[in-house]
Design a protein around this ligand. Structure first.
Ligand code: PLP
Length: 353
């Protein structure tokens, strides 16, 4: 029996990953120079496919880093001189807040319990330079409606907005005219091996980084926005990158693109509805998030009496689901709903439960 990973990341690989890796090996992708034209055309192809799939404007920049955690640090270094403001409702939003603190800057936050909506009328200090959201809080399965994020940006047009879309991409429909920085990694919704992070940054984010540099402030070394931009203009990266992953991402983005992002979003919603409806009427397993407007479509968290037991039972049928995060480890399971998860398998998983 082959396992199916419904874990929220790393997760099930796209079926085609295997053949793409084979192709990469056959084409010597892992041995070519990252300063040569073959790499440049891989770089260009991946950026193009990704922009097309996600609706990223032509003049926004796509940077390759090593992980989403790295992306957090890079954004903190390049978009904040001193003050940021964070919407914190779980472990990943907290992680970005702490990254800013660790860099000796002064983040402030508004907090919400995982099951609550944020207070979007919160006063954001005038001196805040960057506002940060974790659009899909993977630790709890709570999401922030994109309209709310856009509204905050409209009310604070002079501030930068950064969003973590690690566990909602490519489902998340981001308005890149309002979001200055978005970031993700590839071992979740893109169904790839871990080891690549992506930052989508617009001109305003670059300007901010340049302004900090002009003030003689530290914006980091090889992966600051200016060196990432300079390299990307040559279809290169500052360092020797994970060429295999950049190649794979191009292939997967192209495949998802030919499936159609609208179809992917529709399927994601259908599967999420099936899962939530099932648990809403289950006698003992219940969705952790009751408020439908903040229920994540891509990471679904369920209260169970004993998660170890539930996980073990499911694994006996070949379904691997995630445990609750940190404090919720023993009392919750998390079920990922990414584009590679097929409705038939979701239904079989629910049948087993
Ligand atoms: C997984 C995850 C991260 C961290 O991603 P890495 O690639 O492990 O650095 C950050 N934010 C969210 C919301 C995540 O789900």
């Amino acid at each position: 029996m082959k396992n199916i990973f419904f874990t929220p990341g790393p997760t099930q690989l796209y079926e085609s990953v295997k053949s793409h890796i084979k192709e990469a090996i056959e084409k010597d992708i892992c041995s070519i120079s990252h300063r040569g034209s073959e790499f440049q055309s891989i770089f260009q192809g991946t950026v193009l496919s990704l922009k097309k799939l996600l609706g990223i404007p032509k003049n926004s920049h796509v940077f390759f880093v090593s992980s989403a955690t790295e992306a957090m640090e890079r954004i903190a270094e390049n978009c904040i001189e001193k003050h940021s403001f964070h919407f914190v409702n779980g472990e990943f939003s907290k992680r970005l807040f702490e990254a800013v603190q660790e860099l000796k800057k002064s983040p402030e936050k508004t907090e919400a319990e995982p099951w609550e909506e944020f207070n979007f009328n919160v006063r954001i200090p005038g001196y805040a330079e960057l506002i940060c959201f974790t659009q899909n809080e993977t630790s709890t399965g709570a999401s922030v409606e994109m309209d709310r994020i856009c509204q905050i940006k409209k009310e604070n047009p002079e501030k930068l907005v950064a969003i973590d879309i690690v566990s909602s991409v490519p489902y998340a429909d981001v308005d890149y005219s309002l979001v200055d920085c978005a970031f993700f990694s590839v071992q979740k919704g893109f169904g790839m091996p871990a080891g690549l992070g992506i930052i989508v940054a617009n001109e305003k984010a670059i300007e901010k980084s340049r302004a900090l540099l002009d003030k003689n402030l530290n914006i980091g070394t090889y992966h600051n926005f200016i060196s990432l931009l300079t390299s990307s203009q040559k279809s290169q990266t500052p360092e020797t990158p994970n060429v295999l992953e950049i190649f794979l991402l191009g292939k997967i983005a192209e495949e998802l693109g030919s499936k159609g992002i609208e179809n992917i979003r529709k399927e994601t919603e259908e599967k999420a509805d099936a899962i939530y409806n099932f648990f809403d009427s289950h006698s003992s397993y219940k969705p952790f998030i009751k408020n439908r407007s903040i229920r994540s479509k891509t990471v679904i968290t369920i209260n169970v009496d004993n998660s170890k037991e539930a996980i073990k039972k499911l694994s006996e049928h070949g379904f691997i689901v995630g445990a609750g995060y940190k404090n919720y480890k023993d009392r919750q399971i998390r079920i990922a709903n990414f584009p590679m998860h097929r409705i038939e398998d979701v239904k079989r998983l629910l049948e087993v439960i």
